[in-house]
Design a protein around this ligand. Structure first.
Ligand code: PLP
Length: 349
């Protein structure tokens, strides 16, 4: 039985073409700065997104961590969404390793933050408080594309208070592709338009782009130099990392436009589930579909969700979710796989 794995877009396997590129990569010792494939990737993504420099990381978690610690010092704080990855889903790294405290803010229904909340969360210069130093946003957030007008307003408030601005753009290209698709635009131009509000951005290659591992942190030369020291301290300075950087470069060249297919599969799934009584479907413009099971209580709904997950597993379908049940489409699923998921969920009900 072939498995339809919708737990995450991180499950994507490197294609044969990508494996060939990996096997042929010209490499060096990146800790000494002389891996040509790493240097090429860093230069390329920095140039194309409009930053001075970039740094290749083994993971997005480490890239976000080193970004936050590059912007902040011990005793500082960063403003961040309550459900943002770099607050909720990274083991509290900024606090654990950097003594930087998060100041989480509630999300609005569309995933954005209230501009007033951002403004009033900035703490006065007073010994009672941590120093507010950074605003960290995320795009896409929970699969949702953040409107440019929100990014502009939020980062303007940050600027007003002298805060640095970081974007967790793990799925930056999903946002860019979704925003350009209707008008046949260039996703790279859109990506550049998204990141221009920020001092730093972290982009994952290991999600929908389909590379095996890695993220890049883009920023000024000065910021990247600080992040490079922190990356070493965090144990993330690699050696012949060009094997992985070559895969990331290949993904940037060949897989960005393909993200549109993932988005269409998610729409197909959401539409296929829409009419099922007892199921609340929350679709978005990119590659995620969230569902909530309606039951008498939260406890009952959780139990029913576990039953559904077990039922799907028996049908060769994998899905998970730390809060709502989540289905993530990616380049290793197709229409037939999605139709199988729809049929299996219908059979459960
Ligand atoms: C996956 C993800 C990360 C972290 O990437 P890892 O490579 O898994 O550490 C950061 N932010 C967001 C929004 C993500 O989805």
């Amino acid at each position: 039985m072939s498995i339809v794995d919708l737990r995450s877009d991180t499950v994507t396997q490197p294609s044969l073409a990508m494996r060939k590129i990996i096997s042929q990569a010209i490499v060096g010792d990146d800790t000494h700065g002389d891996d040509p494939s790493v240097n090429m990737l860093q230069q390329d993504i920095a140039d194309r997104l409009g930053f001075e420099a970039a740094l290749f990381f083994p993971s997005g978690t480490q890239s976000n961590l080193c970004a936050i610690l590059s912007h902040c010092e011990r005793g500082d704080e960063y403003l961040v969404g309550q459900n943002a990855h770099c607050y909720r889903f990274e083991g509290g790294g900024a606090a654990v390793f950097g003594s930087v405290q998060p100041q989480p803010l509630a999300h609005l229904a569309d995933g954005t933050l209230s501009i007033d909340d951002i403004r009033s969360a900035v703490k006065p210069d007073d010994a009672h408080f941590a120093r507010t130093r950074l605003l960290a946003l995320e795009n896409t957030f929970g699969g949702k594309v953040m409107p440019l007008s929100f990014l502009e307003q939020a980062t303007n408030v940050a600027k007003e208070f002298g805060l640095a601005r970081h974007l967790d753009g793990a799925r930056l290209f999903n946002a860019a592709v979704a925003q350009t698709h209707e008008r046949q635009g260039d996703p790279w131009k859109q990506a550049k338009d998204i990141v221009r509000y920020f001092d730093s951005v972290s982009v994952c290659f290991s999600k929908g782009l389909g590379a095996p591992v890695g993220s890049a942190l883009c920023g000024s030369k000065e910021l990247v130099a600080r992040a490079r020291r922190l990356r070493k301290t965090a144990g993330g300075s690699m050696r012949q990392a060009g094997m992985m950087a070559a895969a990331a470069s290949y993904a940037l060249e060949h897989h960005v436009d393909d993200l549109q297919n993932d988005h269409e599969l998610a729409t197909r799934l959401a539409n296929g589930l829409r009419d099922i009584a007892g199921l609340r479907v929350k679709a978005c413009a990119t590659n995620m579909v969230f569902v909530q099971l309606e039951a008498g209580s939260t406890v009952a709904a959780t139990a029913r969700t576990t039953e559904l997950v077990d039922h799907l597993r028996k049908h060769g379908i994998l899905a998970t979710g730390l809060y709502d049940l989540r289905f993530v489409t990616h380049r290793d699923v197709d229409q037939a796989g999605i139709d199988k998921v729809i049929a299996a969920i219908k059979s459960f009900f």
